[in-house]
Design a protein around this ligand. Structure first.
Ligand code: AMP
Length: 427
């Protein structure tokens, strides 16, 4: 047993999982940047006050924060989520609106670790600040949906709801609290505890003991004001216009209590129900103000990277990207020629690998083959003496040829473009 291991809920992400995660973020970035969202990178450490504004009824804030006092006596927290950070950044920098941004990175929650639930986990997010146009809700929801489509996931359901705002939200909460209090004796112990802190979250309970009461509890749709109903109708009409399927789920609430009006969740069909939310989001029209900014509506989502990739595993889609090596330099003269040639060919934009430790020709050729390289460029004593190299195609029957080093690039260009357009287009 090694002396040190990762602490519970924390993981090392090694290849190929790490390269797959990066590929995932690349896909996401491509998708949202095409929709005009720009990257923001907020810090991972924030003043604890930023998250306390999310509401003391939120588990993430009361139970799960990694907070500590730093050496300068500041009470800080490793961010448990990113929307509040982003709103803090908005208030601090006051960018022009609508502010359409995306970000990706880790969050920290002292959660109970299990499959799909970790103490450090990655999310990708988009947020739009400064508009309450329902078309913005539709755009945000569509981006998450298109991502899942792009990944090849088929068993995802989009659940939508409107939590109301202002009066209707308050009246629903009152009716719900009164109903649940009357039936508190029939609720599970955990839900009784939730009822005392955040009655809305009882609707989220997936415990069988609670099913009957939750099914009978008053739902928000009975309380919507005309304004809330209009906004929600417009969102649903927008989703229909771009053919995104959804189910209206009047019991859908979100973990953080600052949501108003639109709330949505992407539910993975293959994951266990306690961890089946791949991502979710909604409107948080009061949050910027709660953090000291001007009244500014906002809508966004956070998608869990880890859970989405677990869903991809379950559905057998989005495998780790395979590395495409162009050239493997085999040097049997000690390795310096490989250093010089690899450096030169990499500068030309090819993916180039080589061996270390002066291994035998046979062993280096084996590595070249295993790397998947298209061509081996071989330098032995004769080639070193005559300023040449042997270029040996590894994936076709084409003959090898001895090439002057001066014209090696042209030669590689001709063989590599005949196998596949492998040379990096961005060079
Ligand atoms: P939330 O910020 O709670 O709305 O979560 C948004 C998404 O982040 C969820 O749907 C999950 O996919 C993911 N997520 C939240 N908490 C965790 C966690 N502890 N471990 C892994 N993923 C998480």
């Amino acid at each position: 047993m090694p002396e040190f291991r990762t602490t519970p809920g924390f993981r090392d992400l090694l290849p190929p999982a790490s390269t797959r995660q990066r590929a995932f973020v690349d896909v996401f970035a491509g998708l949202v940047e095409r929709a005009g969202y720009d990257l923001v990178v907020p810090p991972m450490l924030e003043d604890i006050g930023v998250f306390e504004r999310l509401g003391k009824a939120t588990d993430v804030v009361t139970k799960e924060m990694y907070d500590f006092v730093d050496k300068g006596d500041r009470h800080v927290v490793m961010r448990p989520e990113q929307t509040a950070s982003l709103c803090r950044a908005f208030v601090e920098h006051r960018p022009p609106t609508p502010w359409k941004v995306w970000y990706a990175g880790p969050n920290f929650r002292y959660d109970r670790p299990q499959r799909g639930r970790y103490r450090q986990f990655d999310q990708v997010d988009v947020e739009v600040l400064g508009t309450d146009d329902p078309e913005a809700d539709v755009e945000v929801i569509s981006l998450g949906w298109r991502l899942y489509e792009h990944l090849g996931l088929r068993q995802v359901t989009l659940a939508v709801n409107s939590l109301g705002a202002g009066d209707d939200k308050a009246r629903h909460l009152e009716a719900l609290t009164s109903f649940l209090s009357q039936h508190a004796g029939d609720l599970s112990t955990l839900s009784r505890d939730t009822l005392a802190r955040n009655p809305l979250r009882v609707l989220d309970s997936k415990r069988p003991d609670d099913a009957e009461i939750v099914a009978a509890a008053p739902t928000i749709d009975q309380f919507w004001s005309d304004e809330s109903a209009r906004h929600f109708d417009a969102v649903l009409a927008g989703l229909r216009a771009i053919r995104i399927p959804f189910v209206v789920q009047p019991r859908l609430v979100r973990g953080l209590d600052y949501y108003v009006r639109t709330a949505f969740e992407y539910v993975g069909g293959t994951l266990e129900s306690a961890q089946n939310a791949l991502g979710g989001g909604g409107r948080y029209d009061g949050l910027v103000e709660a953090l000291g900014g001007p009244p500014t509506p906002g809508v966004g989502f956070a998608l869990g990277v880890d859970r989405t990739l677990l869903a991809c595993d379950d559905e057998g889609v989005f495998p780790p990207p395979s590395r495409s090596v162009d050239v493997f330099v085999v040097d049997t003269t000690g390795g310096r020629h490989a250093t010089v040639l690899a450096d030169r060919l990499r500068a030309s934009g090819w993916h180039v690998e080589r061996s270390f430790d002066s291994r035998s020709m046979k062993s280096q050729m084996k590595s070249a083959d295993r790397s998947g390289a298209e061509v081996a460029v071989i330098i032995g004593a004769d080639e070193a003496a005559s300023g040449t190299a042997v270029a040996r195609p590894l994936r076709t029957d084409a003959d090898q040829s001895t090439v002057e080093l001066d014209v090696l690039e042209q030669h590689l260009d001709s063989i590599l473009t005949t196998v596949a357009p492998v040379r990096d287009a961005s060079r």
